[in-house]
Design a protein. Structure first.
Length: 147
């Protein structure tokens, strides 16, 4: 098999997505992924090497669970996966897409804007405050893109 042949398609494999998010260093709650409305996976053969989802949580839809396996980063896979979720959001009539970003610069590169201190939106960093990674190894931000 051509090792470069990455396929991006819809997936419902929540277990594989969770394992990928954990191995990518995302701080994950116990149990299965919650509120996934639609998910896309990047596949190398049968192996999931990237994912992104549209999640319904706290009364709204958000971009969530974005991860790419370290072995295939910097090839545009993360950008392609987020673009799929943007299409899904547009198809649902959404005019903007919000996320809590562990890697804000990645999101800025693909057209998102980082909220400034004091700006309010439907997402916030409240749940980060008790995380041991917060502002030691993780410098998160809320990001938004107009669709
Ligand atoms: C962030 C992540 C999903 C990016 O995936 P990727 O497939 O490597 O990203 P892409 O190749 O599509 O990169 C798109 C652009 O973002 C930039 N970028 C990617 N990851 C970046 C990072 N961590 N910091 C800064 N810029 C980054 C790339 O250089 C590229 O910019 P360019 O178009 O100017 O060259 C991946 O690094 C990852 O899984 N990281 C760990 C988990 C994580 O932080 N997830 C984000 C959840 S909030």
């Amino acid at each position: 098999m051509n090792p470069e042949a990455i396929m991006i398609r819809r997936t419902e494999d929540l277990d594989a997505m969770k394992a990928l998010c954990v191995s990518a260093g995302l701080d994950m709650a116990e149990g299965p992924l919650e509120g996934v409305v639609v998910a896309y996976g990047a596949y190398l053969g049968d192996k999931l090497v990237g994912c992104a989802t549209l999640q319904f949580a706290d009364g709204g839809h958000f971009l969530e669970y974005v991860a790419v396996d370290a072995s295939v980063r910097s090839r545009g896979i993360g950008a392609s996966l987020v673009a799929k979720i943007e299409e899904e959001a547009r198809a649902r009539g959404m005019s903007d897409l919000w996320a809590k970003a562990k890697a804000p610069v990645f999101y800025e590169r693909i057209g998102f804007r980082v909220l400034t201190e004091g700006e309010r939106g439907p997402k916030n960093l409240d749940t980060c405050q008790t995380c041991p990674q917060f502002r030691s190894t993780c410098f998160p931000a809320i990001v938004v893109k107009l669709l």
